[in-house]
Write a protein that binds this ligand. Structure first.
Ligand SMILES: *[C@@H]1O[C@H](CO)[C@@H](O)[C@H](O)[C@H]1NC(C)=O
Ligand SMILES: *[C@@H]1O[C@H](CO)[C@@H](O)[C@H](O)[C@H]1NC(C)=O
Ligand SMILES: *[C@@H]1O[C@H](CO)[C@@H](O)[C@H](O)[C@H]1NC(C)=O
Ligand SMILES: *[C@@H]1O[C@H](CO)[C@@H](O)[C@H](O)[C@H]1NC(C)=O
Length: 617
């Protein structure tokens, strides 16, 4: 009797050696085939890969790219990087890391919904002192608030963290009791309190709120100040108390010197209360504009009477002058105009309409009490003339020109597909057989990279254009489906005038060229859509927006297919969305922190108007 073999106590049927050999052979062949067909190299990299993908993306040979695919069966199991604080907003989430220039975020974040962004640059603090406790009329307080708001916007846009100090910070300083015993007159007491408040905060800059940064983002002084390290206590020639920069130890030493000065009572400001060698004096400060009374009387004699000694009204006039100078400086820096990029321009007019509107606002001349004047630090500026406004162009590709500002509108691949196909019945076979791959990012980077380059290096270029320090200062990228961010003023650093045309509403969304005022730049450099085409574009974009929100099983399938087919376009869209969301979170968080202090001075009062109504229709 043959031996009865058992597995887990159960008998297994007897098998002849011949049949056993056949079975083993089958298993062996199956194993080899499985191995061959699932080798990692046969699986393309990137997110959302499913049954729809039948291609391979060639990744550039970058050392820091780890395992190329989250679907790679031989990849070691890894924890996704930890979720960072405040790293979501609505649908977007992100992870900030140094290796942000990888083509596909999900290879690092291990989550197709989490974008990889560059680390947020540190914003060095810039302090100003404002005593909100002094009794004054409400009107004056409101005017001062408007000026403080202008100050905060301007410095925020240049990469600093503007902070308003109040007597609370001065009193927090242990040296304050010593100061009180000196029994100084009010102006000198304020001056010393300002320094004590600064000393209490430590390394950074102390700025008068009438000192504004007015120069390009790459200005050497602004770049130096942004580093946040100040080897000496520095003040600026001819700028008086406009701006100081220093480290905590140097500030402390200076304050102690002032307090030890027996003549302190007779001094009229802090600079004269300390020995001159306390400060290093920097003679070069082309990017700083200081609007104190002397400057105003000297440079703007025509309106000086309206400003100096005219209380709240005067401050408001000054505020308008400063805003017009900030805006004018921006226009001078980007004197080649504004490029509203429009890859595949045939049916994109409606999709880039908000960007165009914004460009029109930026291109118009700001209202000013003295329209032909220049900022005090830029006597050779070119004042804005209404008859020759800044040029607005709509090139089909991104151009990296330093004096051209770019406003980009990034469409989701689905939006791109319905608009280029000009119909909304997109199906999976159509996607696979007829639609080109990554049409948007390919067209966008055509001038930079030429043709014949795969999606990955194009996405890297795109990410650089969006999120590098240089890129953020020279461009703004929004998504075609999302709303315009409502904090654009903070991005540009001045209050953007919002009525380019007589008002935001009376005009139809994008009227045909015949109904527009004959502007030189209108649609000249691209196809001109007819009224009917515009109506259809509008309907298609609406459909695309709804598609983005709806999540039925069928639509999920199409979404999956189109995202997998257009890996680079999808990555670009998610990246732009996350980058915008993060800067909004950064600002809101800071706003949240700051409103507790200094009685909330310098905040946007009331419900800020928002941008919606200027771009909707
Ligand atoms: C990504 O987001 C979509 C929609 O919000 C969701 O359906 C999907 O499950 C998410 N994927 C992951 C990996 O979280
Ligand atoms: C654009 O040009 C600047 C300076 O010329 C350069 O630093 C930057 O990397 C360029 N950006 C892109 C996206 O090519
Ligand atoms: C913008 O509107 C304000 C009032 O709403 C008006 O005073 C101003 O002249 C307008 N500016 C332009 C450039 O149309
Ligand atoms: C940031 O996160 C904290 C808690 O982690 C939350 O209270 C706060 O509201 C968040 N801020 C923003 C702007 O999302």
């Amino acid at each position: 009797m043959p031996v009865q073999r058992r597995i887990f106590g159960r008998p297994i049927p007897a098998m002849s050696p011949r049949r056993m050999a056949v079975l083993l052979g089958t298993i062996a062949i199956f194993a080899v085939l499985t191995l061959v067909f699932t080798l990692p190299s046969s699986i393309p990299a990137g997110p959302s890969l499913g049954k729809f993908t039948d291609h391979k993306i060639s990744l550039p040979k970058l050392k820091h790219i780890p395992s190329p695919s989250i679907l790679n069966p031989f990849r070691q199991a890894a924890h996704a990087p930890p979720v960072q604080k405040n790293s979501t907003n609505g649908e977007s989430s992100w992870y900030s890391n140094w290796n942000w220039l990888s083509p596909f975020s999900s290879s690092v974040t291990l989550d197709e919904n989490r974008s990889l962004l560059p680390p947020l640059p540190d914003r060095p603090p810039i302090y100003t002192y404002y005593d909100h406790t002094i009794e004054k009329e409400q009107e004056l307080k409101d005017a001062e608030n408007a000026v403080l708001l202008t100050w905060r916007k301007a410095w925020w846009a240049q990469g600093f963290k503007p902070i308003i100090l109040s007597p609370a910070e001065a009193m927090n300083n242990p040296l304050y009791t010593e100061l009180q015993m000196k029994q100084l007159e009010a102006p000198m007491m304020t001056e010393m309190s300002k320094w004590l408040a600064w000393e209490n905060m430590g390394t950074g800059m102390l700025c008068h709120y009438l000192t504004l940064p007015m120069g390009s983002n790459e200005d050497p002084l602004l770049t130096f100040l942004r580093h946040g390290e100040y080897p000496m206590l520095t003040r600026f020639d001819n700028l008086g108390s406009g701006l100081f920069a220093g480290s905590k130890a140097d500030i402390t030493a200076a304050v102690k010197k002032a307090l030890a000065n027996p003549e302190l009572k007779a001094a009229k400001d802090f600079i004269s209360a300390v020995p001159p060698e306390t400060f290093e004096i920097d003679p070069k400060h082309d990017a700083l504009a200081y609007y104190n009374d002397e400057t105003v009387a000297d440079k703007y004699p025509k309106i000086a009477g309206d400003i100096v000694g005219n209380g709240a009204k005067g401050l408001l006039v000054l505020n308008q002058l400063m805003i017009s100078h900030l805006h004018g400086t921006w226009q001078n820096i980007f004197n080649r105009g504004i490029a509203v990029v429009k890859p595949h321009p045939d049916h994109m007019s409606y999709a880039v309409h908000p960007a165009r509107r914004l460009a029109e606002f930026l291109a118009q001349c700001p209202e000013s009490p003295m329209p032909s004047s220049c900022p005090p630090n830029r006597p050779k500026c070119k004042p804005c003339v209404a008859s020759t406004p800044l040029k607005i162009s709509t090139p089909p590709a991104y151009r990296n020109t330093s004096d051209l500002y770019t406003i980009g509108t990034v469409p989701h691949p689905y939006t791109m597909a319905v608009l280029t196909a000009f119909r909304d019945d997109i199906s999976i076979p159509w996607i696979r057989r007829e639609s080109p791959r990554d049409p948007w990012v390919t067209a966008l980077t055509k001038e930079l990279l030429g043709t014949g380059v795969s999606g990955a290096p194009r996405v890297i270029k795109f990410k650089e254009a969006v999120a590098s320090q240089y890129g953020t200062a020279h461009s703004l990228w929004i998504t075609a489906e999302g709303d315009m961010p409502d904090d654009l003023d903070w991005h540009f650093g001045f209050a953007i005038p919002r009525n380019a045309t007589d008002n935001g509403r009376s005009e139809t969304p994008v009227p045909g060229p015949e109904r527009r005022p004959p502007v030189e730049h209108d649609f000249k450099d691209g196809p001109v859509p007819t009224e009917a085409e515009l109506e259809k574009e509008k309907a298609l974009l609406k459909r695309a927006k709804e598609f983005g929100e709806a999540r039925t099983a069928d639509e999920e399938k199409i979404r999956g297919a189109i995202e997998a087919w257009n890996l680079a376009d999808t990555e670009a869209w998610k990246f732009a969305r996350a980058f915008l969301a993060r800067s909004s979170v950064e600002r809101k968080k800071w706003e949240e922190e700051e409103k507790k202090y200094a009685g909330g001075a310098g905040a946007e009062r009331g419900k800020s108007e928002g941008w919606g109504r200027w771009f909707d229709d």
